[in-house]
Write a protein that binds this ligand. Sequence first.
Ligand code: SF4
Length: 148
Amino acid sequence: MKLVSACLLGIKCAWSGDQRYKNQAALRLLEVTSLLPICPEQQGGLTTPRAAQEIQGGSGEDVLDGRCRIINRDGEDVTLAFIRGAEAVLSLAKQLEIKEFIGKAHSPSCGCGLIYDGSFTHQLVPGDGVTTALLKRNDIRVITEEEL
Ligand code: SF4
């Protein structure tokens, strides 16, 4: 079994509350393997819909180490919710002995390798989302839907 960003399977957990991230490759994967959908931001207590949010001046690693914050479009600090969500996903992975997560590319939670830069202009910078960073620290493999 693999964990997957719930929005990739068409679950309406995106900040916008719609299915904008539904992904055909992820849905096809359901035909050959078991996927457990989870949304770290909802697990961390954020509502849906919610204001878009991005890591400011760093990566998920930096957030975990207290070097930068996550701010939403309304100017609110949502850092703690992101960390709580990441910890909830890690806890589930450990309980179920899951060793792989398929994350939504570029997300401040689920992105892997490239994330939005904090300007809300769709610019990308190198780095992982907060959940991805925490899973990698615990030897869980992370890919995105772009690698399916
Ligand atoms: S990218 Fe991750 S945190 Fe964002 S909506 Fe999808 S599952 Fe939730």
